[in-house]
Design a protein around this ligand. Structure first.
Ligand code: FE2
Length: 314
């Protein structure tokens, strides 16, 4: 694993990896649409670069996953899912080869959406029953395209194929139940749901990270593997990057870097005082430093204070 570095040291590389990953997934989708050969070597390299960045400092790519353009959902989601799977896989100490394959699977999990008609894929309202059946085909398409591509590992195919399977058999495309779903399929389902519900979309605002983790607990058992959900919550942290938190002093801060040793003591950027109800000079505080007197009371909903968290992340 790459040695750890500070957030500011990693941010430049993370920005590069993030934009390269989006471009590559985009070009893969375009090639898949016309049935052209997919350049697998590039995606292998990128999956390696991405894992190295997360090992050096997971908060760098984590931050970028919280700052999204609303009209670029599919690409941002694919990249962010691979970041989440890297964090999750590293937490579970999976072997390097397995990690590599599942991170590739996360990057390419929605590849099959390139074959979903635009009017279904981009429909703003609720899908009709027939449209949903068409939408569901994307997981099967992802599986078929990837399994027909040379140089793509079996676990990459499984990760992509099973990302919508659910524990009670209500998922798709195969309606697999419980342990019929591979552990990687169960892991990616959790990360996929978490990323989807915490993302801002064109027509609604995403949940905060803390609310998103609570939802996962609600859905664990029937839909998601409850043991894996608990592990995911542990590795994403009490206050994931991008969480807005209220400090004992009355200041509000955004978590910009998590502290793996003690999740209650991340690095936060403060910018508002709730006692005076006014903005304050933006300052970054490491809560783990002995000189610091402040502590987190609890996470708060950014809408409550009309704060755009993304503005303060980088
Ligand atoms: Fe999907």
């Amino acid at each position: 694993m790459a040695p750890r570095v500070s957030l500011s040291e990693e941010m430049g590389t993370a920005l590069n990896v993030h934009s390269q990953a989006q471009e590559l997934v985009d070009s893969f989708m375009k090639s898949a649409k016309i049935g052209a050969t997919l350049d697998v070597a590039q995606i292998h390299k990128l999956a390696g670069d991405l894992q190295n960045s997360v090992s050096r400092n997971a908060s760098a790519l984590g931050c970028l996953g919280r700052i999204r353009e609303k009209d670029n959902y599919l690409l941002e989601h694919s990249v962010n899912l691979s970041v989440l799977m890297t964090v999750f896989g590293q937490h579970r100490k999976l072997p390097a080869d397995v990690m590599h394959q599942i991170v590739m699977g996360a990057l390419l999990h929605d590849l099959g959406k390139i074959l979903t008609p635009d009017e279904v894929l981009h429909k703003p309202g609720r899908l009709t029953r027939e449209e949903f059946e068409v939408m569901k085909l994307h997981a099967r398409h992802s599986r078929d395209i990837l399994s027909a591509t040379e140089g793509i590992g079996e676990l990459t195919v499984i990760t992509a194929a099973q990302h919508h399977e659910r524990m009670d058999g209500s998922g798709y495309p195969e309606g697999l139940k419980g342990e019929q779903i591979s552990v990687y399929g169960r892991m990616v389902a959790i990360a996929d749901v978490y990323d989807a519900i915490t993302a801002d979309r064109a027509y609604h605002r995403g949940l905060t990270p803390t609310q998103g983790l609570k939802k996962l607990l609600e859905w664990s058992g029937d839909h998601l593997d409850s043991t894996l959900v608990k592990q995911f919550i542990r590795c994403i942290g009490l206050y994931p990057v991008g969480s807005l938190v209220l400090l004992d002093s009355g200041r509000l801060g955004i978590v910009v870097e998590i502290n793996e040793e003690d999740q209650r003591l991340p690095i936060v950027r403060v910018m508002y005082h709730t006692k005076f109800r006014m903005p304050i000079a933006v300052t970054t505080i490491d809560l783990s430093k002995a000189s610091n007197q402040d502590r987190i009371l609890h996470a708060v909903e950014p809408g409550q204070y009309k704060i755009d968290v993304r503005k303060f992340l980088v």
